[in-house]
Design a protein around this ligand. Sequence first.
Ligand code: AMP
Ligand code: ZN
Length: 137
Amino acid sequence: MSDCVFCKIVARQIPATVVHEDEHTLAFMDIGQVNPGHVLVAVKKHADNVFALDDAQAAAVFRAAARVSRAIRDAFSPQGLSIYQANGSVAGQTVFHFHLHLLPRHEGDGMELTWPVKNPAREKLLEYAEKIKAKLG
Ligand code: AMP
Ligand code: ZN
């Protein structure tokens, strides 16, 4: 995609601070650095979001994420690490080329995610599960 910023990073048309690269993924420092050591793992071949990943990309992304997460842990000794990934602007996605965030976490770092649980009855869970299973085939 010619106007995609992450495609341009993958093609080395614009600079990025790369930490890891393999056949399917490129991991580089997020320019915003919510906390020091904040890395993005992006697919090399353009995919808008999680729905567009093929199996090889999906597998490679999490393999790279786990590997880079261990390096972030060893390098920055965070108290925790959040993996964050957004699909669609309503979900908070701002760059429409699949990537996930590896975000080292510290007590009181100001990172927040509200989690408005509904705790539905078990029948509802079964109903929702059946809808998903019908589409998994
Ligand atoms: P998201 O909201 O998940 O789509 O996050 C997009 C992320 O990409 C943000 O955290 C930005 O700071 C980051 N970002 C945008 N442009 C660049 C860039 N040129 N190099 C590195 N990170 C970038
Ligand atoms: Zn792209």
